[in-house]
Design a protein around this ligand. Structure first.
Ligand SMILES: Cc1cc2nc3c(=O)[nH]c(=O)nc-3n(C[C@H](O)[C@H](O)[C@H](O)COP(=O)(O)OP(=O)(O)OC[C@H]3O[C@@H](n4cnc5c(N)ncnc54)[C@H](O)[C@@H]3O)c2cc1C
Length: 601
């Protein structure tokens, strides 16, 4: 553009002289050339800058006004809120508690937040460990200011829910003369996560690798390289080489699949370049007791992932319908569920990834607190209050929301619906019941929100005697069908962080007032606080070979290389800080250009 303007100025007869206002330039145009337009780029830049400045000023003014209008709580009148954990749930609560409103203390043995979705990438060095962690104290500084929140690197080992006090212990390598302490609380938020579920399979704890914490990922990374180095010893028998390079992954859920995918990428993309003698011997074996891997996802996604792994050159073998019955240091014993045949798989490494089990503290609390059903997690109501313990909330992997089953109240509901008391329900009576009960029982709305499901049709299906009425037996079958819609929320970061956000707002809006929190239903509605409602935004999984899958509510099942870019963009934007965003993207570029680092440090 600049060149063509200069050309016009010098190569055509002079006919006019003009000055451009504001810029003070003198320009000469030829008669046949069009007048030069003011520089659009510069004008656009100027306007964008002004808009940005005004936007920023507006944003900070609103923030300042918000802060000024917020009630000031003198320090000695603030409620004591103690957060247990530094993971997805607890950090989300911290982020959504109003500053200057509470006396906040965080207790967690891990002094950083871990961005778990990228942890499988750390096991092979696609991403470096420090790129996905953020110190708790930095997050405190970001959300509240460092003098507003206390953090103690300790583990809570006991909760006295009647005396509203917790006991904590320093479990790190270095301890001072004081290594245990007590803390009083008004509100306790338990977000301690969960342990690995070994299903009591013999040998798992002693011989398997797990993938839950950063140390696990680092241990796996070193072990993988160690196995590769040992396999490449001179004179290593071929059978032994094959055993050392056979990696067994137990569990076909997202974590198992993502780890197998990362491992497969590493073994295919980096190992052959630097270990030419062993490049054809490695194998990744994914064992799943169900019929398909990724079976909580859409069927299309399971199929795509299985096909992607099964392609000849991928070296990933999937064993479905197979249960692991024992693990030794050099082999895994399995049972084929269909034929009942037992067999042994020699391997160098077995990674166990089969779901979650309660932590010691969670188990202890479930035993101590009445009304807990001794299940796999702390039972809460829809406001995330732990049942049977006032002032305690539980979120994330250590908790589960109690399901309000209609079947348990069958007789009561039947009597309520049976207006003419003839011991049977007509269609009209049943419709009346649905209208009355739909807000109390979410399964009603879940069931009828699906296409082709309507009250008339369900009524007709359940009326097995065909007398246009439901007796109590038929009614119970109908309730069973409706209750079937209720499922426990999955143990995911998405659930934990949404619960954390909800709880942060709930506490801020009520100022943790015990009266309001004791019976929140009506009191909280006027403040715009309702029961916790999970919104599933979609699930990603990386499936290797630069491909990812995504299940998203409106668009359904998506897969392919472009989904991998979406996956990367989504997770990069979700990182806890700009620092980790930059580090994560840099790691991806680095490993793409230079390959993964195989140093065993
Ligand atoms: C490898 C991997 C990949 C994953 N990928 C995804 C994904 O892609 N998408 C997704 O949605 N979810 C994913 N998840 C699941 C997700 O990480 C968990 O659901 C989520 O971390 C649960 O959050 P939380 O706050 O309940 O527990 P966590 O995030 O596990 O945090 C628990 C915290 O409690 C602390 N703690 C433990 N015991 C105590 C105690 N006694 N006292 C005080 N503090 C204690 C721990 O140190 C930790 O800081 C993945 C998980 C793993 C392991």
């Amino acid at each position: 553009m600049a060149f063509s303007n200069i050309f016009r100025l010098v190569s055509f007869p002079l006919v006019s002289v003009g000055s451009r206002e504001g810029l003070g330039h003198i320009r000469v145009y030829c008669s046949s050339a069009p007048p030069i337009k003011p520089k659009r780029g510069r004008r656009f830049l100027k306007r964008t800058l002004i808009a940005l400045l005004l936007g920023t000023a507006g944003y900070y003014s609103i923030k300042a006004l918000e802060k000024a209008s917020r009630p000031v709580y003198p320090k000695d009148q603030r409620k004591k809120v103690v957060l247990l954990g530094s993971g997805w749930g607890a950090m989300s609560v911290l982020n959504h508690l109003q500053p200057d409103q509470f006396d906040i203390t965080i207790v967690s043995p891990r002094n950083y937040f871990l961005f778990t979705p990228i942890l499988p990438s750390v096991t092979v060095g696609t991403v470096e460990s420090r790129s996905i962690v953020e110190p708790v104290r930095k997050l405190i500084l970001k959300y509240h200011g460092c003098d507003q929140v206390q953090y103690y690197e300790a583990e809570c080992i006991d909760v006295d829910h009647k005396g509203k006090r917790i006991h904590c212990r320093d479990v790190s390598g270095i301890q001072g003369t004081v290594s245990e302490f007590d803390l009083d609380y008004d509100i306790l938020v338990v977000s301690v996560g969960a342990d690995n579920n070994t299903f009591n399979v013999p040998g798992v704890n002693e011989n398997c690798y797990f993938l839950k914490e950063m140390n696990d990922a680092r241990t796996i990374r070193n072990a993988v390289v160690d196995l590769v180095e040992s396999a490449s010893f001179p004179g290593q028998p071929e059978e032994e080489m094959k055993r050392l390079l056979r990696f067994v992954v137990v569990g076909g859920g997202p974590t198992g699949v993502e780890f197998a995918s990362e491992l497969r990428d590493f073994l295919r993309e980096d190992i052959p370049k630097i270990y030419s003698n062993i490049k054809d011997h490695f194998e990744v074996m994914l064992i799943q007791s169900g019929d398909h891997i990724l079976n909580t996802y859409d069927e299309q996604i399971s199929d795509f992932t299985e096909q992607n792994f099964n392609r000849n050159h991928h070296n990933v073998e999937i064993l479905t319908g197979t249960r692991v019955i024992g693990v030794e240091h050099d082999k895994v014993k399995v049972l084929d569920k269909s034929s009942d045949q037992k067999s042994t798989i020699p391997c160098g490494m077995c990674v166990w990834s089969t779901g979650v089990a309660p932590k010691q503290l969670t188990r202890q609390m479930m035993l101590k607190i009445q009304n807990q059903k001794r299940g796999k997690a702390l039972l809460t109501d829809e406001y995330l209050r732990v049942k049977g313990a006032e002032g305690i909330f539980a979120i994330g992997d250590c908790s589960t929301i109690e399901q309000n089953l209609m079947l348990e109240k069958a007789q009561q509901l039947f009597e309520m619906a049976d207006v003419n008391k003839d011991g049977q329900l007509t269609l009209d009576e049943f419709v009346g019941l649905i209208e009355k009960a739909k807000h109390k029982f979410p399964q009603i709305q879940l069931f009828f929100s699906k296409a082709e499901k309507n009250v008339k049709k369900l009524f007709a299906e359940m009326d097995t005697s065909g007398d246009q009425a439901l007796d109590i037996g038929e009614f119970k079958n109908l309730l069973r069908t409706l209750d079937h819609e209720l499922k426990s929320l999955p143990a995911t970061a998405q659930v934990a962080s949404q619960q954390g956000k909800y709880l942060g707002k709930l506490l801020s809006k009520t100022n943790a007032n015990p009266e309001l929190l004791r019976d929140p239903t009506d009191a909280l509605k006027s403040r715009g606080v309702y029961q916790f409602h999970y919104r599933h935004l979609g699930s990603f999984a990386y499936v290797g070979d630069n491909k990812a899958v995504l299940e998203v509510p409106v668009f359904g099942a998506l897969n392919g290389w472009w989904v991998m870019w979406l996956w990367r963009a989504a997770y990069a934007s979700e990182c806890a800080s700009t620092r980790t965003k930059v580090l994560l993207v840099t790691d991806w570029i680095k490993s793409y250009i230079f390959g993964r680092d195989t140093s065993r440090i």
